[in-house]
Design a protein. Structure first.
Lengths: 155, 668
């Protein structure tokens, strides 16, 4: 092996090692940061994780939005027309949040079954339905009301 | 009638694109000067017809011709004229037309400013650009024609999305497209060079200024998008790792790697294959960006109506471009000589290290952006990749890049004595370490290890650049020689680098300080109430109705005091646009060099009380200031003297090719 080749080999070896270490780190962190989407039916079935954040989506039930005394905490129900989950959120809701609108919320499930959201998303279009929510509604509808729908997460 | 003319012009330009893609390419391969000479007229013809079609669409918007479906969907008689024009690229079809217009403009620019290129090489470059143009023009004509008519003709248009009725967003897409499409020039140069089998220093010198200009536009386009999101979306964020932002950031990262790699190829003849690969990558990522944004597979504010036919078309186009160019690469690359050798410690190694880091970060962002698609397609469930992951990836790898960035300009090409480099860097190291430690002490905000690290990296960049400039000037008459040096060959390349790297130093301070020391509060306020936040007192005076040209608004009044003195009067609004009836939050912002105060209205809580969101954002302007410096650096570098052909050289080139009719035509 010529000295030049040897040098190049070292360089390549160094870089490959670096990239492998970086990739291992990134993929590890990646798994921790993945958030799965669950429809209310799936949450009711107990499929959603208890200790890990996830995304919950569905329609805001008409007449369910209640503002707490502090003026900032809001409690409302999210439904896929089969099951309903109660969501609690403190802060300013997006412009397009309203009853009957499809929304997606990020957060964690509390022990009492209330979903505490860190973030509530409603897209900037009145006719727009988040695709996950549209799918969840369809699945719940197809499986009939009352039947536990696996909704979006089909494994 | 005029829309039909526009449509016809588009068809004609597609025909000319076909001519451009076929004849000059074949002519360059079998050395037929007549066919090669077709390139220039075809380029001009294509541009003129596309520009005409674009003019027709602009006209349709200005005269409110709602018989055109696209105008009926996105125009409105009450829209101010400025937004009537920007509505042209406010949705899918028109933005594609803008894309094609910019592509044909770039093609014309290449044919105008590359007269020093050998005619056959130029013909190949233009031909490859013609092929890209075919792809986009047929996409436009077959799946998303902006001139489609609608019957019955509606009386009023559907209006432009209120979010887009803003000056920042009127110029954001053209800037971004200039960058995206500009990467096609680097791509075409790479493909043309691969076809010719000649990858040399001359090739990289030709494509460098183009790549720099495209990269500058991309930088400014991304910065504008971020700025727009900050003041228009009303929740104070400036970057969301949204798929669409990632789609523009990935080509930028690849482009950044490319301009550095091109420098090595030009100066040292090394990294040739790697440079070509980066050029292919940068443009492929631009195309992927279009695919992600325009097909609507990933949903975001930007994605227009999802249409599988369009998605399929772009996917096929993408496969042809990436597959074809990689096949060509695989065929040609083994024949490329590996250029100048270099040692383990040398500027080449440092640049290579940064290149690898940039590509690794690009790969991670690609992973995070596409993972939801892959999971969905494989039936593993619907996922989203959290914002924190992207941020963590970026924050983990950027410091290494910055360390290398500081060392690069001080290291020698080919071989660098490690001890000598360490000695040169020692002052910078001590100064930046000192500045970092000082920042961790609670004299400045509350002090933080991370802020210390950021200041250390930033000062590291500034001091190493200072040392480098000082060294350079020492050999050139000292400080008085700086103007002469800027005008010299290679001078602007160097000073462009200095400015861009200073921009990175500013940018680092901006993102770190706003992330660490930002104060945010959601609060309920009644008229007359005041609240303290980050040393400022916010006094809410209530909300009044307000009438805009095409919207109604609730306008709040907030007075901001610091130590008893009024520093700002903010009027955040909650608008309802009359046509699309979308509510919109218009933030009230008091901008400053070291801090922004940002207030947005939530909703009325009855009795005059409102929910409000208050922000104190330190150093946020530095993010965009840094981006502007980075872009400006690119622009300075692109105007370097050695890219402009000296007159003497041009004459001799023409004389050499005196008998060649081609060269004479090329000059005409």
């Amino acid at each position: 092996m010529t000295p030049r080749r040897k040098k190049r080999l070292y360089l390549v070896g160094l870089m490959v090692t670096g990239v492998v270490v970086a990739a291992a780190f990134a993929l590890n962190a990646f798994n921790e940061n993945l958030m799965f989407f669950y429809a209310p039916s799936a949450v009711a079935k107990g499929e959603a994780p208890q200790d890990h954040a996830f995304r919950l989506g569905g329609l805001v039930t008409d007449g369910s939005v209640k503002r707490q005394a502090d003026g900032l905490t809001v409690v409302f129900d999210v439904t896929d027309n089969a099951q309903t989950v109660t969501v609690q959120y403190t802060g300013i809701l997006p412009d397009l949040f309203r009853e009957g609108q499809g929304i997606v919320a990020n957060g964690k499930l509390r022990d009492d079954g209330i979903f505490v959201a860190d973030e509530v998303l409603a897209k900037h279009d009145e006719n727009y339905m988040p695709p996950e929510v549209a799918d969840a509604l369809k699945t719940a509808h197809e499986e009939g009301t009352g039947a536990a729908a696996t909704a979006a997460k089909t494994q | 009638m005029i829309p039909e003319l526009g449509n016809f012009a588009l068809i004609l330009s597609l025909c000319l694109a076909l001519v451009l893609a076929i004849f000059p390419m074949i002519g360059s391969l079998n050395h037929t000067p007549g066919w090669v000479a077709l390139a220039r007229p075809a380029v001009w013809g294509q541009f003129v017809f596309v520009a005409f079609a674009f003019g027709c669409l602009v006209n349709a918007f200005l005269v409110d011709d709602f018989s055109v479906l696209y105008v009926a969907q996105n125009g409105n008689t009450r829209l101010p004229d400025l937004y009537k024009v920007s509505a042209v690229w406010g949705a899918h079809e028109g933005s594609l037309l803008l894309w094609v217009l910019i592509l044909s403009a770039w093609t014309v620019a290449v044919s105008l400013f590359s007269r020093k290129l050998p005619a056959e090489m130029l013909a190949r470059v233009l031909s490859v650009m013609g092929m890209i143009s075919i792809g986009f023009l047929s996409f436009l004509l077959f799946t998303s024609n902006p001139f489609d008519r609608v019957f019955p003709v509606p009386l009023e248009g559907g209006d432009l999305n209120p979010l887009l009725q803003d000056l920042g967003l009127a110029i954001h897409p053209p800037m971004l497209y200039m960058g995206y499409v500009g990467m096609s020039v680097a791509f075409s140069f790479a493909i043309a060079a691969l076809i010719g089998g000649k990858l040399d220093a001359a090739w990289s010198r030709w494509s460098r200024p183009w790549t720099l200009v495209a990269w500058t536009f991309l930088t400014i386009g991304i910065a504008l998008g971020s700025w727009w999101a900050y003041y228009e979306l009303g929740w104070g964020g400036w970057w969301f790792w949204d798929p669409v932002e990632n789609a523009s950031f990935m080509p930028w990262l690849a482009g950044t790697a490319l301009i550095h790699s091109l420098a090595v190829t030009e100066k040292r003849g090394a990294f040739k294959r790697w440079t070509v690969l980066l050029a292919l990558l940068a443009f492929s990522l631009s195309l992927l960006g279009t695919f992600l944004v325009r097909s609507g597979v990933l949903t975001s504010v930007h994605s227009f109506a999802a249409d599988p036919a369009r998605g399929l078309f772009i996917l096929m186009f993408l496969c042809i471009v990436i597959g074809g160019s990689l096949a060509l690469y695989a065929w040609r690359a083994p024949g490329v000589s590996s250029g100048g050798a270099f040692d383990m410690v040398s500027r080449e190694t440092l640049l290579l290290g940064n290149n690898v880091l940039l590509v690794v970060v690009t790969a991670f962002i690609l992973l995070g952006t596409l993972a939801p698609l892959v999971y969905d397609a494989l039936g593993w469930g619907k996922i989203s990749v959290g914002f924190p992951w992207f941020t963590r990836m970026f924050v983990t790898f950027t410091p290494f890049m910055v360390v290398l960035m500081g060392m690069g300009p001080l290291a020698r090409w080919k071989h660098q004595n490690p001890g000598e480099l360490a000695r040169r860097l020692s002052i910078a190291f001590v100064v930046s370490l000192g500045a970092g430690i000082l920042t961790t002490l609670p004299v400045f905000y509350e002090g933080s290890i991370w802020a210390g690290l950021a200041v250390m990296l930033s000062v590291w960049l500034v001091t190493t650049l200072f040392i480098s400039v000082r060294q350079r000037l020492k050999a050139r008459n000292g400080l008085s020689g700086i103007w002469q040096d800027i005008g010299s060959r290679g001078g602007r390349s160097y000073y462009g680098m200095v400015v861009a790297h200073l921009g990175v130093a500013v940018f680092i301070i901006g993102i770190t300080f706003v992330s660490l020391f930002e104060v945010e509060e959601d609060i309920r306020m009644s008229p007359g109430e005041a609240v303290e936040l980050a040393g400022y007192s916010f006094q809410f005076e209530g909300v009044e109705p307000h009438q805009g040209p095409n919207y109604r608004a609730d306008r709040g009044t907030i007075r901001v005091f610091k130590a008893g003195n009024e520093v700002a009067l903010l009027n955040p609004e909650k608008r309802t646009y009359l046509v699309q009836t979308k509510p919109m939050t218009e933030a009230g912002i008091d901008a400053g060099f070291t801090r922004d105060i940002y207030v947005s209205l939530g909703e009325g809580l009855g009795g005059g009380a409102w929910s409000l969101r208050l922000y104190y954002k330190p150093f946020i302007r530095w993010i965009w200031l840094g981006a502007i410096l980075i872009g400006f650096g690119g622009l300075i570098a692109a105007t370097d003297r050695r890219y402009r052909m000296p007159v003497r050289h041009r004459v001799s080139a023409a004389a050499r090719a005196g008998s060649d009719r081609l060269a004479a035509e090329g000059k005409a």
